[in-house]
Design a protein around this ligand. Structure first.
Ligand code: HEC
Length: 115
């Protein structure tokens, strides 16, 4: 009887611990911005890492990244996400940006491309 009770308690403890962990994963730490917007979050990363080559006039690869629509198209339809995360063929060409900068794009997508 005691053994069965013990087993039951253990099972419940495991279940409770697991559900706690899940909840933690669903709630990001408070210090991450609650939502990512094109302006200012995405724009800031682009301005300091991409705009020198992908500006409005005569951009590299014909890809201008100066407006919300352009950046959204490149992200949603184009290969921007692939390129900024590609270690063999990265954008910017000098090498991968910090993980934080790259995650800004992932969060922008999951937040629904807020303007
Ligand atoms: C030093 C100049 C330079 C910088 C800085 C730069 N790029 Fe590029 N980018 C290029 C060149 C040149 C190409 C075309 C050759 C290639 O695809 O590698 C290109 C191509 C691309 C392409 C592929 C376009 C296509 O049609 O296939 C994407 C997407 C892109 N860049 C995004 C970015 C993003 C986002 C940043 C900033 C995080 C960035 N680039 C920073 C020079 C640059």
């Amino acid at each position: 009887m005691i053994n069965r009770l013990f087993a039951l308690t253990c099972t419940m403890a495991v279940v409770m611990l697991t559900s706690c962990k899940k909840e933690e994963e669903n709630n990001p730490p408070q210090n991450t911005p609650s939502e990512v917007r094109y302006d200012p979050n995405i724009k800031a990363v682009i301005n300091s890492n991409c705009i020198s080559c992908h500006g409005a006039s005569n951009p590299n690869a014909g890809l201008s990244l100066t407006t919300y629509e352009q950046v959204r198209n490149a992200t949603e339809i184009g290969n921007l996400l692939t390129r900024i995360n590609s270690s063999s063929n990265p954008m910017p060409p000098t090498g991968l940006m910090s993980q934080t900068n790259r995650e800004v794009f992932d969060n922008w997508v999951s937040d629904g491309y807020l303007e």
